[in-house]
Design a protein around this ligand. Structure first.
Ligand code: NAI
Length: 487
């Protein structure tokens, strides 16, 4: 527990207090290198060392972070985090996911820029920023085994969460003089969840007429990003697609050791390298500190120290132009292969210099407008029209329908699907059916909760194994549920 004096000291500090976790593996080496550059560049901040990760996990704290540390983080509001090692085996929770959720870090920003011709890459003109939604989607980790055969993961997309991240992407583009925002989703299949994300993108893009906007289905978007990343500028994506594609983008620039990322919330922000703790090279002094350094540059901008951020970016690019490279980026333009600490010293020696060929990125911080949440959604009229009842059952769809229709249910059986495909009243005998059935019961126009409960009661009394149910609602008369495939 931190003392009251310490808490007061942190809260009232004029000079920003930045929590620093040196992490595991190569973490301490790259973290010390970055702290040296920040100090030499005159960053106006104090480091507050904290412990996160492997050693905390090993002490039996399954989240990798103690409550005391979480309290201290809440007070500092900013964390510069070196990579940590997630121990193998069950029982350990992802520290990153815990911190993202606890502190509401809804935006994950990952710039991926080529440094050609100094670092070899197939895409010399690439300069992409991935803005990934960071809290929702399947990362809620809400999973269930429902039958002997079937497991399920819940994908949650909220309209308000989509609004935040899409708004953030456009504000980021505006603050950094970027000209196009692309959105990737899979709304041709997931019409409700990804459909909401796409819909919100269309609505919000209309308020940024000076920024070009486009939507691509994520599969073709991913293919184009891999083949031709130069055509993209800012890309905004739901969590899972963003997780995968931001690694693809970082790798395309030449080394995973180059990219930094910012995790941003309303009152807390965490900055880290994109890569992990690289146990294979830990302690060898060869790790590239650039990923964490670029994260620290974003942190300085977040703290309003844009000049220091720019000075560090310029010095870093000058070092790379001068051919002083760590092993991972060594190539034809390398003059001297240097250690982690020598690379940091070389950057510090170049503070105040400007790169000759490469351009330092702008480090503008988005200013989120107040009250951007859509109040209109709360005014929608929500009406119950039925229920989807999920059963663990084995047999023929026609037999299931006959048995259910023989029960005294106040609501009427309209459809049965298996793994989403309609098998009754229409269906194909080629559809492979498993032990997991969605049975849709509807009222004449609406359904009362009493009718829903009596329907469930009748199905239960009929000897069926109900594994879950989902209410069917309309919102201003529009169905809030998907049809069966083939319906
Ligand atoms: P990794 O990113 O640590 O390493 C992948 C490869 O890239 C290795 O060959 C490594 O030597 C190289 N590499 C990574 N960073 C480098 C750098 N700065 N300079 C030079 N080469 C570098 O990924 P891996 O091996 O899958 O994961 C290792 C550990 O890191 C795991 O425990 C994983 O859970 C953890 N991890 C932590 C993250 C975080 O704290 N944010 C993110 C990703 C992984």
């Amino acid at each position: 527990m931190i003392s009251i004096e310490k808490e007061r000291e942190l809260r009232t500090a004029v000079r920003p207090q930045v929590a620093v976790a040196e992490g595991d593996g190569i973490g301490p080496e790259i973290s010390q290198a970055v702290q040296l550059v920040l100090r030499e560049a005159g960053a106006d901040l104090d480091f507050v060392p904290i412990e996160l990760g492997e050693r905390v996990y090993r002490r039996g704290v399954s989240s990798g972070v103690t409550d005391e540390t979480l309290d201290l983080l809440r007070d500092t509001g900013v964390l510069l985090k070196a990579p940590i090692t997630t121990p193998q085996g069950g029982g350990f929770k992802s520290l990153n996911v815990t911190i993202r959720k606890m502190f509401g870090l809804y935006a994950n920003v990952r710039p991926a820029r080529a440094l050609a011709p100094f670092v070899e890459t197939l895409h010399p003109a690439m300069d992409v920023v991935i803005v990934r939604e960071n809290e929702e989607d399947v990362y809620g980790g809400i999973e269930h085994r429902q039958t002997r055969d079937v497991t399920q993961c819940l994908k949650l997309i909220t309209r308000s969460g989509a609004q935040r991240i899409v708004r953030y992407a456009f504000e980021y583009a505006r603050a950094n003089r970027r000209t196009r925002v692309s959105c990737f989703s899979k709304d041709n299949i997931m019409k409700m969840t990804d459909g909401t994300f796409h819909q919100v993108f269309n609505e919000i893009s209309a308020s940024y007429p000076e920024i070009e906007s486009e939507h691509l289905i994520v599969d073709i978007g991913a293919a184009r990003l891999a083949a031709n990343p130069e055509r993209f500028d800012v890309i905004v994506l739901p969590n899972l697609y963003g997780d995968i594609l931001s690694d693809v983008a970082a790798e395309l620039t030449g080394s995973v050791g180059l990219a930094g990322s910012a995790n941003v919330g309303e009152r807390f922000a965490m900055f880290e390298a994109v890569h992990g703790s690289a146990p294979d090279i830990a302690g060898a002094g060869v790790a590239n500190p650039s990923g964490l350094l670029n994260a620290a540059v974003m942190m300085l901008a977040h703290l309003g120290q844009v000049d220091v951020a720019q000075r560090i970016s310029d010095a870093w690019l000058t070092t790379i132009e001068d051919g002083l490279h760590t092993r991972d980026i060594a190539g034809p333009r390398t003059r001297l292969m240097v250690s982690t600490s020598d690379f940091a010293t070389a950057i510090a020696q170049r503070l105040g210099m400007r790169p000759r060929t490469l351009h330092a990125p702008t480090v503008g911080v988005p200013v989120m407008p107040a009250g951007f949440d859509d109040a209109a959604t709360t005014a929608l009229v929500k009406e119950r029209v039925g229920i989807d009842v999920f059963l663990d059952w084995t047999g023929e769809p026609r037999v299931l329908a006959e048995q259910l229709r023989a029960l005294p249910t106040p609501l009427t059986l309209e459809m049965i699907t298996n793994r989403g495909t309609q098998v009754w009243p229409r269906g194909s005998d080629l559809t492979r059916c498993v032990d997991h059935w969605r049975c849709r019961f509807v009222g004449k126009e609406r359904a009362t909760m009493r009718e829903v409960l009596d329907t469930l009661e009748a199905i239960h009394a009929g000897g069926f194994d109900i594994i879950k149910d989902e209410g069917l609602f309309t919102f201003d008369g529009v169905a809030g549920y998907s049809k069966g495939q083939g319906q």
